[in-house]
Design a protein around this ligand. Structure first.
Ligand SMILES: [Zn+2]
Length: 135
């Protein structure tokens, strides 16, 4: 069965395997240790070195622009006091990257397979099946 881009996005946002939808991205019982491959379908999760630099960029971007920028804007609009804004920004700068760690890894895989869905094993099988019918 072919995996659609909508399924890839839904699975990515739910921190699930983009190929089979299983909750298998991280090793069982660990918070931050990524599994090398999906336990259910065998999708290679650990790609080449540097693949997950994109996840770090996503994590950084969401932390800065999604969380810290609104604090600065609220401080600028005088909704928050300076001390409150510094405290909140400091807490967010420390805690948000940890909280977003798992999701940013999943979002990196989601973006990769959104633009290259033919690289998913489920979609490759579908394509190879079509090729066999044409022969
Ligand atoms: Zn899988």
């Amino acid at each position: 069965m072919q995996v659609t881009r909508g399924q890839i996005i839904a699975r990515g946002l739910a921190n699930r395997c983009p190929n089979c939808g299983g909750r298998t991205l991280f090793k069982a019982g660990t918070l931050f240790e990524l599994d090398r491959a999906c336990r259910d379908c065998g999708l290679k999760i650990e790609k080449d070195e540097g693949f997950f630099l994109g996840a770090m960029a996503i994590n950084y971007g969401v932390t800065c622009f999604g969380l810290l920028a609104p604090v600065v804007i609220l401080w600028y609009l005088e909704v928050l006091s300076g001390r409150m804004a510094i405290g909140l920004a400091g807490a967010l700068a420390l805690l948000a990257p940890l909280a977003l760690y798992r999701s940013s890894r999943s979002w990196q895989l989601m973006l990769y397979y959104y633009f290259l869905p033919q690289h998913l094993p489920a979609n490759r099988r579908e394509l190879s099946g079509l090729e066999d019918e044409n022969v």
